[in-house]
Design a protein around this ligand. Sequence first.
Ligand code: SF4
Length: 307
Amino acid sequence: MLGALPGMPKVHLHNPDLAYENGDEMMQWWYKAEQGKVDPFVLIMEGSIPNEKAIASTGGHWAAIGTRGPFGQPITTNEWIDRLAPKAAAVVAVGTCATYGGIPAMKNNPTGAMGILDYLDWQWKSKLGVPIVCVPGCPAHPDNMTETLLYLVFQLMGASPPILLDDAHRPLWLFGQTVHESCNRAAFYEEGDFATEYGSHKCLVKLGCWGPVVMCNVPRRGWQNAIGGCPNVGGICIGCTMPGFPDKFMPFMDTPIGAKFSTRVSSFLVGPLLRSFRRMTTAKLNKEPEWRHTGSKVASGYKGAWA
Ligand code: SF4
């Protein structure tokens, strides 16, 4: 947006929260996009989409932006998507609410909330043939968001190949690995050494961490300036980047069912064996080779953290 990235075309951001304009003046960009006077544009959704049809009989609405007519009738979110999505070069959903519905779409929610994939259809494609692009997360990682948007701009310019997405429409290079695969506690899991209370530096799976099955790059990326990332700093992974979030991950803080079995195997069988072999190897490698010893100066060697 500030022209800092080489090769970037000029990009304008129209966001209700960040816009300098307000009221009708701000809404002009929405009307211009609808009339084809802003082209190409990318429609970016934040927040879940209420099912306005479900409450049509009451005459109310759940979410709207802008008004029409002399009586200021609100224009609902549903209507804006219907107006703008067919004209957009691409549609991007940012955050788990916008992608898959998230917390507002939990079972029995009164709004009928859903993500853009369910509103438009998982097979939906833009007029340029781009499928819906999802950057989930609660919240979405800002670097994942900027990388994805940057990629799309290059794609729309014809300067990069089509964006590679997984089955849940997430960019593959960002969501192709599990939390567990890049967690700095993974060695403790492998050795069957698990935390039983918060504040421990060991693996958090028994405290309810879903990292082994959740696709997310936050342990590698960190939260701010590469620092943090939920399990890295002691927070269990609750699966916020997954389409099944939150219903399929509840109750939070209970050991996941699959982990009850796998942790037993590694606690009693594989883990202790691995740990003892590794201690022996570490003790051996912590000593200098014999030919370096002179006279009686034989290094005793570091006995390791277990000694
Ligand atoms: S804390 Fe979670 S992500 Fe990290 S090693 Fe344990 S189970 Fe895997």
